[in-house]
Design a binder for this molecule. Structure first.
Ligand SMILES: NC(=O)c1ccc[n+]([C@@H]2O[C@H](COP(=O)([O-])OP(=O)(O)OC[C@H]3O[C@@H](n4cnc5c(N)ncnc54)[C@H](OP(=O)(O)O)[C@@H]3O)[C@@H](O)[C@H]2O)c1
Length: 246
């Protein structure tokens, strides 16, 4: 397979790290963003120790200006971006009647506006080169809703609306656009949930366990090869059977 340039946002996080590793193992040259330089460089050194070179560029993806600068920085280090994984995300949980405007805008900004901010600077180049892969990391809670997550569920459902519109607009240009919707994965985000609540979540998962970040990375990797060129606008659930929409 041809080695391509891949940008994974939020690549330093639990799921992002596995996506970075998977794409690198597939032979691609991978970049991600950081916000805190010391944290970013320490993570980069850790990856280097595993034999994986990752290019780093600073950028908060909720800012259009920073996202554009991030993309241009990655291009200057590795070349044009052919593969984009919109993975950066946060939660700010609260029942809606208590939710603050800040909790709403932070979550929409980082999870959904980021898709516009980072994809907009890469899409024209992909269209010119007639090849591209864009994958949104949404969530099971964007598919089924979740108590205490009106902001997050709205952002994550919005990400798939973004996917299916871009998929239509860009199919003729060799660009596929897909969504992966993970269920509950054993990352810091989920391990921060109190143990009794987590046990209740696990009880709802037919596989009887939380997922691993590698299992999400595998789903992302599925969409990347040339052989996946006819798969566009899909929403791939990777959730241990917890939600089986169709
Ligand atoms: N964990 C799960 O069970 C689960 C389930 C379904 C979906 N997801 C989704 O999967 C994605 C990754 O989740 P995770 O569990 O790996 O989370 P995580 O470990 O908290 O990692 C999040 C990553 O996003 C980055 N990030 C956050 N806000 C950012 C911003 N404004 N600009 C740039 N980067 C930003 C973080 O960087 P910093 O270090 O700078 O904060 C970090 O690298 C998210 O979109 C999440 O919603 C997760």
């Amino acid at each position: 397979m041809q080695s391509r340039v891949a940008l994974v946002t939020g690549g330093t996080g639990g799921i992002g790290t596995s996506i970075v590793q998977r794409l690198a193992q597939m032979g691609h040259r991978v970049a991600t963003n950081y916000r805190d330089e010391a944290k970013g460089r320490a993570w980069q050194a850790q990856m280097k120790g595993l034999g994986i070179d990752v290019a780093l560029a600073q950028g908060d993806v909720s800012s259009p200006e920073q996202a554009e600068a991030l993309v241009r920085n990655v291009e200057s280090q590795l070349g044009p971006v052919d593969i984009l994984v919109n993975n950066a995300g946060i939660t700010r949980d609260s029942t809606f009647h208590r939710m603050t405007p800040q909790q709403w805008t932070d979550v929409i900004g980082t999870n959904l506006n980021s898709c516009f901010n980072v994809t907009r600077p890469v899409i024209e180049g992909m269209r010119e080169r007639k090849w591209g892969r864009i994958v949104q990391i949404s969530s099971i809670n964007g598919q089924k809703g979740q108590y205490g997550q009106a902001n997050y569920a709205a952002a994550k459902a919005g990400m798939h609306g973004f996917t299916i519109s871009l998929a239509q607009e860009n199919a003729k240009f060799g660009i596929t656009v897909n969504t992966v919707s993970p269920g509950y994965i054993a990352t810091d985000m989920v391990m921060a949930v109190p143990e009794d609540v987590r046990n209740k979540i696990v009880a709802q998962i037919p596989t009887g366990r939380l997922g691993n970040p590698e299992e999400i990375a595998y789903a992302v990797g599925f969409f990347i090869p040339d052989e996946a060129g006819w798969i566009t606008g899909a929403n791939l659930s990777a959730n241990g059977g917890q939600y089986m929409g169709w």
